[in-house]
Design a protein around this ligand. Structure first.
Ligand code: PEP
Ligand code: MN
Length: 351
C-alpha cells in the first residue's frame, strides 16, 4: 500500500505518517513527487490496514499497489526520477547522460588518455572497470583498488563523474568510496545480497539487466536496492541472450518504452555490450536515443586492438566524437539534448 499525502501536507505531517508506519512494524519510504509526497510501505506480510493512516493530518488517500514492485513503479511516483550527481550532471533529466570509457582500467596512461578524449567530445561521466566479472578465470580480472585510484585521478583531472563496477560485497566497500555511481553488472543482477548492500549505500547504483532477465525480474532487482532505502537507481539495458549470432547479445530497445510505462526510474542503453561489435555501436546509439533512452553507456578505447577486454566492441575516440555529433541531432527531435563538446582547459579541472 502507499499513502498519498496532500499537496499542502507539511514536512512534520509527512514525518508523523512515517513514524506511525514504523510503529506498526513496517518500513516507510517517503518519496517526494512534483506535486505531492507519496509514502511507500514495505515489510508487511499481508494487507496493511489503511484506517489508522487515513485518519492522520495531511493524508489524502491510501492506495493499494497492484504491482509486485512497490517502490520502482509509477504508482508510487508519477514523474520521472532525476538523479543529481552534482556539478550540473543529472541522469534522467532533459540532458542525456553520456557515460564513456574503456571496459577496464588498464593503466594510468590509458585511463587518462581516454578520459581526456571523451571529456573533450562531451561525456560528463567516465566508465572503466577496476573489478571485472570475466567469463574465464584466466582472463584479466582488473587492477582492483589501484584501478579505483586511477579513476579518482581521472575525476580530479577532467571533472568527470566516475561509474565503476562492484562485483561483490567486498569490492563494493571500496567502489562506494571512490566512485560517483556504483555499477552492478548483468551477471550480478540477481545477486540479492549484493543488491541489498548497494541499497544501503549513499551512492547511486547503475543496475544492468541480466542476460536473460524479464522486465519484471529487472524491476524486482531494482526493488531490492530501493527497499533498503537507496532511491537513486539507474537501469541499463545491455542486450539479452538470443539465438542471433550476428551480434554478441540482442539489444532489446523495446524495453525502454516498456520501462518508461511501468517505472519512474531512468533507463540507459549500452550498445557496446548490447552488440559486441564496434561497427554496430553508432547505429544502435542512434536508435536508443530515438526510442527514449535517458542516456548511453559506451566503451571507448584509444588502442582497441590492444585492449585487455572488450576491444572488439570499443570504438575509437574519433568515432565517439562523431557519434555524439549525430545523436545531438536525434536528441533534439525527441526534445532531449547532449552535452556540448568541451575543449580541455584548466577551468574544467577540479583539482
Ligand atoms: C561492463 O560494463 O564492462 C560489463 C561487464 O557489462 P555487463 O555486466 O553488462 O556485461
Ligand atoms: Mn566490457
Amino acid at each position: 500500500m502507499l499513502v498519498m499525502m496532500k499537496a499542502s501536507a507539511t514536512q512534520e505531517e509527512i514525518r508523523a505518517v512515517c513514524r506511525k508506519i514504523e510503529d506498526l512494524g513496517y518500513r516507510a519510504h517517503p518519496i517526494p513527487g512534483a506535486q505531492r509526497t507519496a509514502i511507500g510501505i514495505t515489510g508487511n506480510a499481508g494487507p496493511v490496514d489503511a484506517n489508522p493512516l487515513e485518519a492522520l493530518p495531511g493524508v489524502a488517500e491510501c492506495i493499494p499497489v497492484s504491482k509486485p514492485y512497490k517502490l520502482a513503479g509509477r504508482e508510487l511516483k508519477e514523474d520521472d526520477t532525476v538523479i543529481d550527481l552534482g556539478d550540473g550532471v543529472r541522469i534522467g533529466g532533459p540532458e542525456l547522460a553520456i557515460i564513456a570509457g574503456p571496459c577496464a582500467v588498464e593503466s594510468r596512461e590509458q585511463a587518462l588518455a581516454i578520459g581526456a578524449a571523451v571529456r573533450t567530445a562531451g561525456a560528463r561521466l567516465f566508465r572503466g572497470g577496476a573489478y571485472k566479472p570475466r567469463t574465464s578465470p584466466y582472463a584479466f580480472q582488473g587492477l582492483g583498488e589501484a584501478g579505483l585510484k586511477i579513476l579518482a585521478e581521472v575525476r580530479s583531472e577532467f571533472g568527470l563523474k566516475i561509474v565503476t563496477e562492484a562485483i561483490d560485497n567486498e569490492s563494493l566497500e571500496l567502489v562506494e568510496h571512490y566512485a560517483d555511481v556504483i555499477q552492478i553488472g548483468a551477471r550480478n543482477m540477481q545477486n540479492f545480497s549484493l543488491l541489498k548492500r548497494a541499497g544501503r549505500s549513499s551512492k547511486p547504483v547503475l543496475l544492468k539487466r541480466g542476460l536473460s532477465a524479464t522486465l519484471d525480474e529487472f524491476l524486482m532487482a531494482a526493488e531490492y536496492i530501493l527497499a533498503e532505502g537507496n532511491y537513486s537507481v539507474i537501469l541499463c539495458e545491455r542486450g539479452v541472450r538470443t539465438f542471433a549470432n550476428h551480434t554478441r547479445n540482442t539489444l532489446d530497445l523495446s524495453v525502454v518504452p516498456a520501462v518508461k510505462r511501468l517505472s519512474h526510474l531512468p533507463i540507459l542503453v549500452d550498445p557496446s555490450h548490447g552488440t559486441g561489435r564496434r561497427e554496430k555501436v553508432l547505429p544502435l546509439s542512434r536508435a536508443a536515443v530515438a526510442v527514449g533512452a535517458d542516456g548511453l553507456l559506451i566503451e571507448v578505447h584509444h588502442q582497441p586492438d590492444q585492449a585487455l577486454s572488450d576491444g572488439y566492441q570499443s570504438i575509437l575516440p574519433v568515432q565517439f566524437e562523431e557519434l555524439l555529433g549525430e545523436i545531438r541531432q536525434i536528441a533534439s527531435v525527441v526534445r532531449r539534448s547532449v552535452p556540448a563538446p568541451e575543449p580541455l582547459r584548466p577551468a574544467v579541472r577540479t583539482a
